[in-house]
Design a binder for this molecule. Sequence first.
Ligand code: ZN
Length: 275
Amino acid sequence: MLDEKLLSINQVTVLRQWSLPETIEGLARHGLSAISVWREKLHETGVDEAARMLDDHAMTVTGLCFAGMITSPDAAEAEKARDDVRRALDEAAAIKAGCLVFVAGGVDPRDKDLASTRARARDGVAALVPHARAAGVRIALEPLHPMICANRSVISSVGIANDWCDAIDAEDVLGIAVDTYAVWWDPHLEAEIGRAGKRICAFHINDWLADTRDLRLDRGMMGDGVIDIPRIRRWVEAAGYRGFNEVEIFSERNWWKRDPVEVVDTCIERYRNFV
Ligand code: ZN
């Protein structure tokens, strides 16, 4: 059964319309009490001010999005990227985020060896574990669609995320974010979600438009595309996940152009009927 209280909205869904304070106030006016925070918007407002506002509105912060991009074959560059993730972990702690969403990074043209890129990034995540533990924040490995393996993430499936979790062995601070847009195509999805079990610390919902025009910025509202979202939600719940269902829609052609009040209204209506 879908729990109506478990709706969270990732602020990227109204990225172009609202600042972080406006998003917090806008969601509160809609009677919503959970948000996922976009990092650039957090910096715009300032971490302390954002933390105060989130507290004042009693908002549950389901995640901070995102940090990562640590796949560089250059050791100094990779260390600099990991330092940025450490800063993001501290920010996530300051706003009491449920997790830091981690996007691994793509394949560097200087090193076309995908296997070694994955191994290097996995070791990079392992190096972040002590900081995550000290900050008390879970790193949520987010698999992204294989079509963006070159530029966004070499974690292309829940299976790969599970393999990294097995290898790193830090179950207390390492988890997985399951995003319907990124994983719906995978024939092993049900089994890998089952294998992930308690590792699942975020569930992102949105739809894949049949006529998609952009692999990143043309996500669909739930119900407008081809993903069987309730089926994937049931798998995630069967694996033991009891957290929020977070609407995360990047939409250059449609939702970023609309009145944000209408966008949030639509999220609520579609959540009830298509999730
Ligand atoms: Zn996501």
